[in-house]
Design a protein. Structure first.
Length: 88
């Protein structure tokens, strides 16, 4: 159900585009290759179990958690341009 001047199915198209963008972003952040033995940020040792479980890991658990917390604190793109998103 679309409203205003938009065609039927436009809302679902926006939802699909948002999901596709997020999947693409997540895939672009995947690492591959050889895992580091020491964290790139704090230089602490990365446990062998973590290196084997996550191929290409470069950060220790603490630094990875901090990075993910920082990334999730930023809001996403609001494609609909609601008034609430414009007031932030």
């Amino acid at each position: 159900m679309a409203g205003g001047w938009s065609r039927d199915g436009a809302v679902q198209d926006q939802i699909d585009a948002s999901v596709d963008d997020e999947v693409q972003r997540a895939r672009s952040q995947l690492v591959s290759g050889e895992s580091a033995t020491h964290c790139e940020e704090c230089d602490s040792a990365i446990p062998e179990a973590r290196r084997k479980t996550i191929p290409g890991v470069q950060l220790c658990v603490a630094c990875q958690s901090s990075l993910e917390k920082h990334e999730t604190s930023h809001g996403g793109i609001n494609r609909r341009g609601s008034k609430d998103s414009q007031l932030r």
